[in-house]
Design a protein around this ligand. Structure first.
Ligand SMILES: Nc1nc2c(c(=O)[nH]1)N[C@H]1C(S)=C(S)[C@@H](COP(=O)(O)OP(=O)(O)OC[C@H]3O[C@@H](n4cnc5c(=O)[nH]c(N)nc54)[C@H](O)[C@@H]3O)O[C@H]1N2
Ligand SMILES: Nc1nc2c(c(=O)[nH]1)N[C@H]1C(S)=C(S)[C@@H](COP(=O)(O)OP(=O)(O)OC[C@H]3O[C@@H](n4cnc5c(=O)[nH]c(N)nc54)[C@H](O)[C@@H]3O)O[C@H]1N2
Ligand code: SF4
Ligand SMILES: [Mo]
Length: 727
């Protein structure tokens, strides 16, 4: 008999509701996923979803998936038992840590880690139990800028005010393509549809992007910008607000420190000066700033919000830009206000919990060279190769990679050179990806249909507050195991107990529970979740189990954040963190270089059917033709490049050869190449047959190309050369 299970997708922030039909599989005696459909009755996503979510059945059944633990023997990966894998890995970790100290051990958590609360908690707990602070994470090639700035301004890395789309009157989106990506560090269903409803209501939506994106074609106005220059635009907007419009700063002074220093930061940046570097006319900058001011709550308007995403984070001034953007939202009176931006809580206060366990605040740990601090509990991955190769007593010798593909996703290619010098490398994944090529052991993880879950890491980012629990939809295929079990068993095999050091004094129940972990088969992730939900007092696991479509939580109240939940030492927002103020010098220094004419700068792009470097093996998805470079026709003709031919995109770091497509959607001086493509010959079969190349071979990496305050890798706006490929 077929049964239907309501669950939700965890590939991207939206967490779309899905209905999965499961039927008996006579060939195995178990069950198989017959169909995945959008959940039309889901209270938030209401039937919205994309082809990736509908491909979860194909992901689950993909014959190229890892089903058994593998060990490298004489260069080849061969099948071994879990018992052997755990005993050998645990023994080797123990020996490495005993000989070289805990810092010889490191973990890289890739992007899907943060879509599994259990995976995040247990993998972190494993290295912490062994005494190592060496957690590296994909957010340092994504949003470290935002996490660092929020830690400074609000006291916690996870505070990212979300636009009140239902009431906002002026919304400006910098460096995001909602129609394709669904945005980031924000949970909203059908992002482009939501933006359209703002304009249909008479509101104004502005998309700032070097490319006329799919979103810009559908909704609002498009303002092209030179890559890497958003901080100049934002500084000029703040200049107009404070110098020309003269907004009242008194309300800001009641809830924040450093108002004058923030205003001073913008003083030199007149619209005329910013125009020369951004390529946006001074009149346009003035118009944007005055429209924003008129719509602002502090000016008597019904609400305005500025939002930025990876197109800004990954640029040369990601932290400065986010600071200025948050500062503008606050001084114009839009933060914590109806129609502006709100700070949701979730079913339990993730922000408070993060604070209690020390996550999300600054911690004392530094990389062994002393240069980089942890942001949101993790060191920047752009520094990882150096931690592995630099001779130092604390050199990293054993690396675990879970749900990540850093060899592919980190710019510069340094990990290709560093990983072979490890004593031990373990990959925990769904597939043998490019990173697994360096692994001594590859362990098969469950996919999201094979584990229970609760999307805790995105609770404080929900436009519509909602809580949903999913059971495992089907039993794990083969010998796949959850990260909860894998890292818990690895801890035991390495002679330690995870969570032994959790400092959750204020949560004695949680501590008692964690104290019994692991090893007790009756205590799993759901027990932990039940305690957290009870602590939050907004719902319970029992209620969520009764309500498979979840429960709507009370809407986020305006006025619930400022003066109440700001986690800085004095409860005031810090509008002038010292490192950001000092970083302003870089804006001045880079001004001539970024204004230089005739330069081609490289930016990225995403495809609706792809997700970073994965989902490329999915048989449900009609796969794109790998990655194609987009170039303006004028730039092409100046270089003798013909539409549809092959080009070489190069930098001093490296070069790739890919197809080119000419379009005036791209501003002159910009070349657009998606990342994640160009799969190695050891990867899954469909993916490796697709054309394309890894653009991270061209993007420079390492410490010279990191945002100095947050450690975020600078991955956009680098100068590149494009030439016809030799025929
Ligand atoms: N289909 C699909 N969805 C995804 C993903 C995916 O791979 N595929 N990935 C997910 C992940 S991990 C993330 S982090 C999010 C990211 O979500 P977004 O941040 O929305 O990422 P992109 O869609 O790449 O949009 C970034 C935009 O920034 C523009 N840009 C580049 N340089 C600049 C610049 O200097 N200034 C400005 N203003 N704009 C610039 C680019 O042209 C691009 O349109 O998407 C998530 N959703
Ligand atoms: N040039 C350039 N580089 C970029 C970006 C860019 O815009 N331009 N974007 C960056 C961004 S925003 C991000 S988030 C990073 C992502 O970088 P990474 O997280 O390092 O890499 P992904 O490509 O997301 O690979 C995710 C891996 O997790 C596996 N996986 C999926 N689900 C699970 C699971 O449940 N458990 C386990 N154990 N494994 C699972 C997949 O098979 C895949 O191998 O890439 C970054 N790199
Ligand atoms: S990947 Fe698609 S289906 Fe999954 S959550 Fe994102 S938008 Fe929804
Ligand atoms: Mo990301």
């Amino acid at each position: 008999m077929t049964r239907s299970v309501r669950t939700f997708c965890r590939i991207c922030e939206v967490h779309c509701g899905l209905v999965v039909d499961v039927e008996p599989d006579p060939s195995t005696g178990g069950e198989r996923v017959a169909k995945v459909s959008p959940d039309r009755d889901h209270p938030v996503s209401q039937g919205y979803c994309c082809v990736k979510g509908l491909g979860l059945g194909a992901l689950h059944h993909d014959p190229d998936r890892l089903d058994v633990p593998l060990k490298r023997v004489d260069g080849e990966l061969v099948e071994i038992s879990w018992e052997q894998a755990l005993a050998e890995i645990g023994g080797r970790v123990r020996a490495i840590v005993d000989e070289h100290g805990p810092r010889a051990l490191a973990l890289y958590q890739g992007n899907p880690t943060f879509f599994s609360l259990a995976g995040t908690l247990m993998s972190t707990a494993y290295v912490e139990a062994l005494g190592s602070p060496n957690v590296f994470a994909s957010h340092s090639i994504d949003v470290n800028t935002k996490f660092h700035v929020s830690t400074e301004m609000y006291g916690l890395s996870l505070v990212h005010p979300v636009p009140d789309f239902e009431h906002v009157d002026f919304f400006m989106c910098l460096g995001s393509n909602p129609l394709v990506s669904q945005m980031s560090v924000l949970q909203v269903a059908d992002a482009a549809g939501v933006l359209s409803s703002v304009t249909e209501r008479g509101g104004r939506v502005v998309i700032v992007d070097p490319r006329r994106t799919e979103t810009a074609k559908r909704v609002g106005e498009h303002v092209p910008i030179r890559p890497g220059t958003d901080a100049y635009l934002l500084a000029a907007m703040l200049h107009v607000l404070t110098v020309e419009v003269g907004i009242d700063l008194a309300p800001a002074r009641e809830v924040a420190r450093g108002v004058d220093d923030l205003v001073a930061a913008a003083a030199p940046w007149t619209p005329e000066r910013a125009a020369a570097v951004t390529g946006i006319a001074a009149a346009t900058i003035r118009d944007l700033a005055t429209s924003y001011a008129e719509a602002s709550v502090g000016q008597g308007g019904s609400g305005a919000a500025l939002y930025c995403s990876t197109g800004v984070n990954m640029g040369p001034f990601g932290s400065l830009a986010y600071w200025l953007l948050q500062g503008i939202n606050l001084v114009a009176g839009n933060l914590d206000r109806r129609g502006g931006l709100l700070v949701p809580r979730g079913a339990f206060d993730t922000l408070r919990l993060a604070g209690l366990v020390g996550l999300g605040r600054f911690d004392e740990h530094r990389t062994s060279d002393g240069r980089w601090h942890r942001v949101a509990g993790a060191f920047p991955v752009a520094a990882l190769a150096g931690e592995i190769t630099t001779e130092h007593p604390d050199r990293v010798r054993a690396l675990f990679v879970t749900a990540g593909n850093p060899v592919h996703s980190v710019p510069g290619g340094a990990l290709d050179e560093a990983l072979p010098s490890l004593d031990l490398m373990v990959s925990v994944d769904l597939y043998r990806n490019e990173t697994a090529a360096y692994a001594d052991y590859v362990l098969p993880a469950t996919d999201m249909l094979e584990r229970s879950d609760f999307p805790a890491s995105h609770q404080s980012l929900q436009v519509v507050p909602h809580a949903q629990w999913t059971p495992p939809v089907v039993a794990p295929t083969g010998q796949r195991r959850t990260e909860w079990q894998i890292f818990s068993d690895l801890a035991l095999a390495s002679g330690v107990r995870p969570f032994g050091t959790t400092a959750a004094h204020t949560l004695p129940r949680l501590n008692r529970l964690l104290g019994r972990l692991p090893g007790s088969p009756r205590i799993g992730f759901d027990h932990l979740l039940a305690v957290l939900l009870r602590w939050g007092r907004r719902t319970s696991l029992r209620e969520l189990k009764r309500r498979p479509d979840g429960v709507l939580l009370p809407p986020t109240e305006p006025g619930s954040f400022l003066g109440r939940r700001v986690a800085t030492h004095d409860g005031l927002v810090d509008l002038a963190p010292a490192d950001l103020v000092a970083d302003l010098d870089r804006l001045v220094a880079a001004e001539p270089e970024l204004s230089r004419p005739g330069v081609l700068r490289l930016v990225g792009r995403r495809d609706r059917r792809s997700h970073n470097s994965w989902m490329h093996n999915n048989s449900h998805i009609r796969q794109p033709d790998g990655n194609t470079a987009l170039l303006h026709p004028d730039d092409a003709s100046a270089r003798g490049i013909v539409d549809g031919t092959s080009v070489v995109v190069s930098s001093p770091t490296g070069e790739v050869e890919i197809a080119v497509s000419l379009t005036d959607d791209v501003a002159p001086g910009v070349v657009v190449v998606p990342h994640g493509w160009g799969h190695s010959t050891t990867g899954p079969r469909r993916a490796r047959a697709l054309p394309g190349a890894n653009i991270n071979a061209v993007i420079p990496g390492g410490p010279a190309h990191m945002d100095p305050v947050s450690g975020q890798a600078i991955m956009l706006a680098h100068e590149v050369d494009v030439r016809p490929a030799a025929r």
